[in-house]
Design a protein around this ligand. Structure first.
Ligand code: ATP
Ligand code: MG
Length: 336
């Protein structure tokens, strides 16, 4: 059985369609990624699946329950790490976690044990009675993640889990996502606009653009969609490296860049292998030698460009330590 089955899921805000007849399944035990640029409809899709907002059309089954007719049952089986951090800075890690556990009516003794186990899981036992306001953004995000796991959900939703984190914390949160999936067997669905994150974390990725899923497969299969557009990076040693020769190298079809390293070394980048023979001819005629040839595999960015003709711009969301407010409301949307 699938953990999530999405059918024709649509969300309109007045005349604007934010999520446009989306279909996909998430298999039990997998990490599924929704990858897309700003405003693609990732969070809106997540919010509908978590029963925080009702679809305009279509529906979905989450953990076997209908998100419209059985919304309360859905909520019992899922945990959500929302885009915004929702935590009381003046309370300790334990108090924050306990408060949340109470919302799930967990009995006191069970809750106590569960909190200890989760704090141990993220190696934060020592911080149990420290105020969350004193934590780094990465530590807060760890608490945010384990809080969503307090009632042992079988499916965990993470909306841009590494957004606004420093590089070190980003690595740690990705590692945590993997560990939860492997060690607890939790099905995970996460959104991201970061290609490498989707590539390294997810078993399968749905690329979403303007409310539509434009491709869905494993990262390696998605990259096969653009095979043949690999980038070749080559370094040549040429005793007599003239400006004329540099120009000739540049004019070979599919050559992207020619960079002179020093008097006798040049780096050439080319799209596709077709250019290789012609470059070799030129190099040999000039008594040159090949030093390095590297084939750079296509990335999910290349796939996105191939499918949409546009780039997912990384710089649309610069990491900002202030992005997550000390206190937020899940129903209140922060506009960027
Ligand atoms: N409550 C709302 N009212 C009106 N429009 C909305 C509302 N929520 C989202 N939208 C619009 O729907 C579109 C999809 O938004 P959504 O937040 O789902 O995108 P996203 O893929 O999560 O993007 P981001 O990278 O910014 O988080 C956007 O154009 C957004 O402005
Ligand atoms: Mg979003």
């Amino acid at each position: 059985m699938n953990a999530i089955e999405v059918r024709n899921l649509t969300k309109r805000f007045n005349s604007f369609t934010a999520v446009d007849h989306v279909d996909f399944d998430v298999k039990k035990g997998e990490i599924f990624g929704l990858l897309g640029p700003n405003g693609a409809g990732k969070s809106t899709t997540m919010r509908m699946l978590c029963t925080l907002t009702r679809p305009s059309e279509g529906t979905a089954k989450v953990a076997g329950y209908d998100i419209i007719k059985e919304d309360a049952r859905v909520r019992e089986h899922i945990g959500l790490v929302a885009e915004k951090l929702i935590m009381y800075n003046d309370l300790t890690a334990w108090e924050n976690l306990r408060l949340y556990g109470k919302l799930y009516n967990l009995p006191e003794d069970k809750l106590e044990k569960r909190i200890d186990k989760l704090l141990k899981f993220v190696r934060m036992e020592k911080w149990k009675h420290k105020r969350v306001g004193t934590f780094s953004t990465g530590m807060k995000q760890k608490i945010n993640v384990i809080r969503a796991m307090i009632h042992e959900p079988e499916i965990l939703f993470l909306d841009e889990p590494t957004l606004g984190l420093d590089p070190q914390s980003t690595v740690e949160i990705r590692e945590l996502v993997r560990r939860i999936n492997i060690e607890q067997g939790t099905t995970m669905i996460l959104t991201t606009h970061i290609m490498v994150e989707a590539d390294m974390l997810c078993n399968r990725v749905g690329i979403i653009d303007r409310g539509k899923i434009v491709a869905l497969d494993t990262p390696s299969n998605l990259k096969k969609l653009v095979s043949g557009t690999d980038t070749l990076t080559m370094e040549f040693e040429i005793p007599n490296l003239t400006t004329e020769l540099l120009g000739n190298l540049k004019s070979v079809d599919f050559v992207v860049s020619v960079l002179q390293e020093d008097a006798t070394h040049v780096k050439v980048r080319a799209k596709g292998e077709d250019s290789f023979d012609r470059l070799l001819d030129l190099i040999r005629k000039n008594n040159g030698k090949i030093k390095i040839v590297k084939n750079l595999e296509p990335t999910l960015e290349d796939v996105f460009i191939h499918l949409t003709g546009r780039e997912i711009r990384e710089d649309t969301k610069k990491a900002s330590p202030r992005r997550r407010p000390p206190w937020g409301n899940e129903n209140e949307r922060g506009r960027r």
